[in-house]
Design a protein around this ligand. Structure first.
Ligand SMILES: O=c1nc[nH]c2c1ncn2[C@H]1C[C@H](O)[C@@H](COP(=O)(O)OP(=O)(O)OP(=O)(O)O)O1
Ligand SMILES: [Mg+2]
Length: 198
């Protein structure tokens, strides 16, 4: 069975990534099974950070590694918080702090001006020195709600409004979110590309 380390410390991502990879018969192991410090996300793009995180995990485990660098880009904020989504409200902040900062920043932005997109870049390195990583990018368009709603998911899900469904991403099941989300799209591309490269 093919073994793979998920190069993320985010439990919400682990749930979503495992759900889509396990049916393909991989033995997927979260990096929390080891005890190394997280990679520093010093890149200026999702692509750079995803590669840094995957390389770091491959170095520490000796296994092929899949990393996810993702975030929210708000049109009215010229794409912010973008790659800084996890640290938007400060270095030690949590999801709720980030949501509060976002809603406060957008408090004078009219409902029809609140377009946003989630982005997910997956980077897969077969080993730490792999010169041809597989890189996939998924995007999900929506709006920023004015108040949080829903309990599912993680991160900015409670304020990511999906106009077609009249609900937020936090009101979808993992399976429903997977069909639409940036991460689901990137994962489906990844599975195809990996199978084509085997
Ligand atoms: O589906 C999503 N639903 C809601 N929020 C999301 C989603 N996908 C990414 N996000 C947010 C969470 C975090 O604020 C940032 C990712 O930051 P990012 O550095 O990639 O992840 P992280 O630090 O939580 O874990 P790690 O770097 O160990 O993978 O974007
Ligand atoms: Mg991170």
């Amino acid at each position: 069975m093919q073994e793979l380390v998920l190069a993320t410390g985010n439990k919400g991502k682990v749930v979503e990534l495992e759900a889509l990879l396990q049916p393909f018969g991989w033995n997927v192991r979260p990096q929390s099974a080891w005890h190394f410090a997280e990679a520093e996300e010093t890149g200026l793009t999702f692509i750079e950070n995803a590669i840094l995180k995957a390389r770091h995990a491959a170095q520490h485990t000796g296994l092929p590694a899949l990393a996810d660098d993702s975030g929210l880009a708000v049109n009215a904020l010229q794409g912010a918080p973008g790659i800084y989504s996890a640290r938007y409200a400060g270095p030690e902040c949590n999801d709720q702090d980030n949501i509060e900062k976002l809603l406060d920043t957008l408090k004078d932005t009219a409902p029809e001006q609140r377009q946003a997109s989630f982005h997910c870049v997956l980077a897969y390195l077969r080993h730490a020195n792999d010169p041809t990583p597989i890189i996939c990018h998924g995007r999900w368009d929506g709006m920023i709600a004015t108040t949080p709603q829903g309990e599912q998911g993680f991160g900015y899900d409670p304020v990511f409004w999906i106009p077609e469904l009249n609900c937020t991403a936090a009101q979808l099941s993992t399976a429903q979110k997977q069909q639409l989300s940036h991460r689901g799209q990137a994962l489906r591309q990844f599975v195809k590309q990996l199978q084509a490269s085997l």
